[in-house]
Design a protein around this ligand. Sequence first.
Ligand code: CMP
Length: 227
Amino acid sequence: MTEELSFLQNVPIFADLQEPELKKIAKLGIRKKYKKGNIVVLEQEMGAALFVIVSGKVKIVRTDEDGREVILSIFGPGEFFGEMSLLDGLARSASVVALTKSELFMIHRRDFLKLLHEHPQVAISLLGELTMRLRKADSQIKSLSLKDAAGRVANVILMLADDIGVFRKGKVEIDELPLQQDMANMAGTSRETVSRMLHQFIKEGYLQLQGNKLVINDYEEFRKRHL
Ligand code: CMP
């Protein structure tokens, strides 16, 4: 229970709750383990639970009829997903796949909705997070509609930095850069263009590529130049 409590205390949407409430949530939820590549949530299925990430990383993806996929976001510890179908009663809006071995804390729909009724501060925190996600989606739409290939690839790099980057003294390290084909689907371009743009940004001094690790040398400068 203490382990569950210290985990829940560090989940941003539960940050305003006191210990007795967190203890109740700890009892409501169950932990589930997933291997890398396991599907947690399938697009178009009906949703019955909300998930909070205890450890590991997941990707939110949409696929087309040919099985091609686009990554919408990547989430890590303390972040949640699966709220959309619980709130609007419709099918899952996207699939969620474990990018690494992951442990998730699952809360059933009924319990989650009751929690929102009983603790408006959780609902307000949830709205804050959903607003941030909408802002991000807005900048993706802008980038895909109005930017050239360089701008779209830069936007994907900035998105990955925000999702999975480690910020340190103005630099950002993205440890496991997704495949160039995945980045191409996110940027609405080809794998070759992603490769060309990465090399251009490296030549211009904005980025370094060390194996599978991408380093943004000056995050603010790169952001200013490309957003
Ligand atoms: P739900 O529709 O229940 O199941 C899939 C989940 O993916 C969804 O809830 C959200 O939690 C998450 N999701 C869907 N679209 C996005 C997006 N554009 N950005 C971040 N998360 C998303």
